[in-house]
Write a protein that binds this ligand. Structure first.
Ligand code: ADP
Length: 494
């Protein structure tokens, strides 16, 4: 009888449960979407009960569909949308407020006020590796404590728990017995000292958050408790936990310093392994925990782009130039060879390395022969140029990627991947298995369960499906990228 590792992938729009064989192959998948709530401008919330039910249902569904005995599931890994913030009652397990999603900007003005204290901004960067921003958990927790009636008092008395989604799921899966997170998720709270690997009391004071609310921080491969037997029919150990981007880095087996992965989904995240010491960015990239194994922390540099696949969605739903995302490839192939159009997708501002929230998008360089094909091609190219921005920022910080492994929904597009290699001037490797996020926590769980004995063993499982080799000369590359930089400078507001 074959054994499996169950990976729970709790994302921003859906929850998925995937059964991986011990050879790292995704064998069975169940998925369920859940609702998004936008109660006010720039607010984004999720219903914690809906998230929990979607996770439980997909776990049960995938086991049923696979027609396996529950005893064949030997370990569970959890990966999750990062930074999304929950506070719940330790006695009842009920959240005191909906989950405040990472995209939520309700604490922008609070952050602006805090940012006037430049010493605090530096302290946050030096301690947590992050920029002072509403994105992270700290000001979200503070908002819940200050705005939901009776909550601060309960928190002070020690009866409330905080957690990111991983922690909430662990709590629910273990029927409230375990209040844990892993170091990757902790590193996104803006409350965690990534050097000492502990919660930072100065930041807890600054944001007025009682330490009794915080989960214990474990390694990414560790004992996170066993599921209550009534839930899935057996007590299964939860042994791997990582935030989604770090999990993808792990699933891509980027274990050596200099190895990088970029995920091209709705947004885009480039994460580069910087080894055992954290590298402080001078280019507004984030320093974060890549993973922590047996008490040893590996660090990463991270840059994110807000609009990657979302630009293609806009070409489809907003401009209606394409009927589905895949069509973007055939149209781009037909675009004029001397296409001069640049689409700067700053629909919600620009992410790393610009962090310009007020910039707005533009299409530049239109000529009389510009048609749909050229605009679609420019949309795809914008994803590549933004990746180049991140690559350059990392290089300025002294971190040079030795290779680039890619994953996410967009990487099916060969034209896009080809242009990415051209503009980066680096080889781009697309793996056989692109379910890298879930695979990453299946690997972490498998390491803890003793299925795998070393990182080398995991590296040996990674297989390249296609390598895209750059075709541009340096001159062509520099010319094209120079035009992109000019286009970006036209829309900057800062
Ligand atoms: P997420 O996990 O963020 O929901 P996915 O990794 O599932 O995203 O990728 C979906 C995104 O990829 C969508 O925004 C879609 O527009 C884009 N996409 C999917 N297929 C293609 C394609 N062939 N070419 C370009 N973009 C694509």
């Amino acid at each position: 009888m074959q054994n499996y590792i169950l990976a729970i992938d709790q994302g921003t729009t859906s929850s998925r449960a995937i059964l991986f064989s011990l050879q790292g192959k995704p064998c069975f998948i169940a998925q369920q979407e859940f609702s998004q709530s936008y109660p006010e401008d720039a607010w984004v919330e999720h219903d914690p009960e809906e998230i929990w039910q979607s996770v439980l249902k997909t776990c049960k569904d995938v086991i049923r569909e696979a027609q396996i005995d529950i005893s064949q599931v030997i370990s569970i890994g959890i990966t999750n949308q990062r930074e999304t913030t929950l506070v719940w009652d330790k006695k009842t397990g009920k959240a005191v407020y909906p989950a405040i999603v990472w995209q939520d900007r309700r604490t922008s003005s609070t952050c602006k006020q805090f940012a006037q204290d430049t010493q605090l901004v530096d302290y946050i960067a030096n301690t947590t590796g992050l920029l002072l921003d509403p994105y992270f958990c700290a000001t979200k927790i503070q908002w819940i404590l200050d705005n939901v009636k009776g909550v601060r008092q309960k928190a002070e008395s020690g009866s409330l728990a905080f957690g990111t989604i991983d922690t909430f799921l662990i709590w629910r899966l273990t029927k409230g017995r375990c209040h844990y997170t892993d170091a990757t998720n902790a590193s996104r709270t803006m409350l965690f000292d990534i050097h000492r690997q502990q919660w930072d009391s100065k930041l807890l004071n600054t944001f007025d958050i009682p330490s009794s609310m915080l989960p214990q921080v474990l390694n990414s491969a560790d004992e996170f408790g066993k599921t209550d037997p009534k839930l899935l029919g057996k007590a299964i150990p939860i042994q791997g936990v990582a935030g989604d981007q770090q999990a993808a880095l792990f699933g891509q087996t980027c274990f050596k310093k200099g190895m990088a992965k970029t995920t091209y989904g709705t947004g885009c995240f480039m994460v580069l392994n910087t080894g055992s010491s954290p590298l402080k960015s001078e280019n507004r990239l984030l320093t974060t925990v890549a993973y922590r194994l047996n008490g040893e922390t590996t660090y990463a540099l991270e840059g994110s782009i807000f609009m990657a696949g979302a630009t293609i969605q806009w070409l489809r739903d907003g401009l209606q130039l394409i009927t589905d995302a895949a069509e973007s490839e055939s149209l781009a192939k037909m675009a004029s060879a001397n296409n001069s159009v640049f689409l700067v997708p700053a629909f919600t501002g620009l992410g790393a390395p610009y962090w310009d929230p007020d910039a707005r998008g533009a299409i530049l360089g239109l000529t009389r022969d510009t048609g749909i094909n050229e605009i679609v091609a420019a949309g795809l190219q914008s994803v590549c140029y933004q990746s180049k921005d991140l690559q350059k920022a990392m290089e300025s910080d002294g971190a040079r990627a030795t290779n680039l492994r890619v994953d996410g929904g967009m990487v099916k597009n060969d034209w896009l991947m080809g242009f990415l290699a051209d503009i980066l001037g680096a080889e781009v490797d697309r793996p056989e298995i692109t379910e890298t996020t879930a695979l990453g926590v299946a690997y972490l769980a498998g390491l803890q369960a003793g299925v795998y004995t070393s990182l080398d063993e995991l590296s040996g499982q990674w297989q390249c499906e296609h390598t895209f080799v750059p075709r541009f000369s340096k001159q062509e590359r520099d010319h094209a990228y120079g035009l992109w930089q000019q286009a970006v400078s036209r829309i900057r507001c800062d």
